[in-house]
Design a protein around this ligand. Structure first.
Ligand SMILES: *Cc1c(COP(=O)(O)O)cnc(C)c1O
Length: 348
C-alpha cells in the first residue's frame, strides 16, 4: 500500500513498555500504581454503567471539570478533558504545529513527543539536558518556525524537576506556547499551575494514570486560559472521553484524601528504593516522581534488565542515542521493591 503520507511512511511508532499477562511478572516498567484506585472510582463507574450507556457522553466532561476546578482552584472553563493525557498532547500538537515547523522538547524525555511531531510532518527540536539533568538556557532560544515546546516536569526518565520560577522564566522567554507535562507532579512538592494564570501561553497537562492509579481508565486533562481551551476543544474528537471514564475520573479527583495517602506511601517506598540501589553501588538520580533512573558502574543496564526479566521482574531499559542507557525502575509496593533489590544484590 503506497498511499500513506511520506511522514507516516517514515514513522517509527512509539513503543510503550511491555504489558505481559497479569500475575506473571512484578511490573516495575511503566510507572503504574502498584495499589488499586480509590474504591469510590469503581462504585461511580458501576453507577454510570447502570444509568445506561445508550446515550452519548457529555462532550466536555463537565462533571469532571466542575469537580477538578474546585480542587485546582480554577474555573471549569480552564479545563479540557482528554482520553489520557496522550490525547491532550495530540490535540495540542495538532492545533499548534504544522508541516515543516518546530516542536521543541528536552532530550532525553518522553519519547511520544517526537512521534507527535513526526505525524504532523514537523521537526522535533531536541535540546539536550546537561549530564546533571539541568536544562540549558537554549531551551528558550528563539527560532522562526518554533510553534510549541513540551517540558515534562518531573521529567521522565530522570524524575528531575525544573523549579516553578525557572519555568516561569522559560515561558516568558520562549517565543511559543509551553506545555508543562505534569504527569508525575503529584509525587513532587511543587507544581506550575499558577503560571497558567500569569501567561496564556502556558499550558499544564495532568493524568489520572499514575498518582490516581487509573492507567486503564484513560483520563487526563489540560489546564489553560479559557480562550485557549475553547480553541483546543474544536480540535478534539467530539466524544473523546466516554461516560464511564468521566464518572470514574470525577470520583477519583473528588477523593483527595486517598490521593494524599497513595502519594505518601509511594514516596516513602521511593526513598527505600533509591537508598537500596545506592547501597548496591548504583548511581541514582534524585527523583521527585514514582520511579528512579539508575546505572551500575560494573554491570551493563541491558544485562541487568535481561536478568531481572528472567527472574520475572520487569523494569524499563532505555537506550537514548548520543546520551546513554540506564534502567528506569517504577516504585512498586515495599515487597516488590525488596524482591527487585534482592535479585540485584545477586547480580552486582
Ligand atoms: C505516562 C505519561 C503520560 C501519559 O499518560 P496517559 O494519561 O496515560 O496518556 C504523559 N506524559 C508523561 C511524561 C508520561 O510519563
Amino acid at each position: 500500500m503506497c498511499y500513506f503520507r511520506p511522514e507516516i511512511e517514515a514513522l517509527i511508532g512509539y513503543t510503550p513498555g511491555e504489558q505481559p499477562q497479569a500475575g506473571k511478572f512484578i511490573k516495575l516498567n511503566t510507572n503504574e500504581s502498584p495499589y488499586p484506585p480509590s474504591p469510590r472510582v469503581t462504585r461511580a463507574i458501576q453507577q454510570a454503567a447502570e444509568a445506561g450507556l445508550m446515550r452519548y457522553p457529555d462532550p466536555m466532561g463537565n462533571a469532571f471539570r466542575r469537580r477538578a476546578a474546585e480542587v485546582l482552584g480554577v474555573e471549569p472553563d480552564w479545563i479540557l478533558c482528554g482520553n489520557g493525557s496522550d490525547d491532550i498532547l495530540t490535540i495540542v500538537t495538532r492545533s499548534l504545529v504544522g508541516r515543516g515547523q518546530l516542536l521543541r522538547l528536552p532530550y532525553p524525555s518522553y519519547v511520544l513527543y517526537k512521534t507527535l511531531a513526526q505525524i504532523q510532518g514537523a521537526w522535533a527540536d531536541e535540546v539536550r539536558f546537561r549530564p546533571d539533568w539541568t536544562l540549558p538556557d537554549t531551551f528558550a532560544a528563539p527560532s522562526s518556525e518554533l510553534r510549541l515546546a513540551f517540558l515534562p516536569n518531573p521529567n521522565s526518565p530522570s524524575g528531575t524537576v525544573v523549579s516553578r520560577d525557572a519555568m516561569g522564566e522559560l515561558a516568558a522567554r520562549l517565543p511559543c506556547p509551553l506545555l508543562v507535562d505534569e504527569a508525575y507532579v503529584d509525587f513532587a512538592p511543587a507544581n506550575c499551575l499558577d503560571l497558567v494564570r500569569e501567561n496564556d501561553r502556558v499550558l499544564v497537562s495532568r493524568t489520572l494514570s499514575k498518582s490516581y492509579a487509573l492507567a486503564g481508565l484513560r483520563f487526563g486533562f489540560l489546564v489553560g486560559q479559557p480562550h485557549v481551551i475553547a480553541k483546543l476543544a474544536n480540535v478534539k474528537d467530539s466524544y473523546n472521553c466516554d461516560a464511564l471514564a468521566i464518572a470514574g475520573a470525577t470520583a477519583a479527583i473528588d477523593d483527595q484524601d486517598w490521593l494524599r495517602e497513595n502519594v505518601a506511601r509511594i514516596n516513602a517506598t521511593r526513598v527505600r528504593l533509591s537508598a537500596g540501589l545506592e547501597q548496591l553501588g548504583f548511581s541514582v538520580v534524585p527523583s521527585q516522581a514514582n520511579f528512579v533512573w539508575c546505572q551500575h558502574p560494573a554491570r551493563t543496564s541491558r544485562e541487568l534488565y535481561e536478568r531481572l526479566k528472567q527472574n520475572r521482574v520487569l523494569v524499563r531499559y532505555m537506550d537514548y542515542p548520543a546520551w546513554g542507557d540506564g534502567l528506569r525502575i517504577s516504585v512498586g509496593t515495599d515487597e516488590q521493591i525488596e524482591a527487585c533489590l534482592a535479585l540485584l544484590r545477586t547480580m552486582v
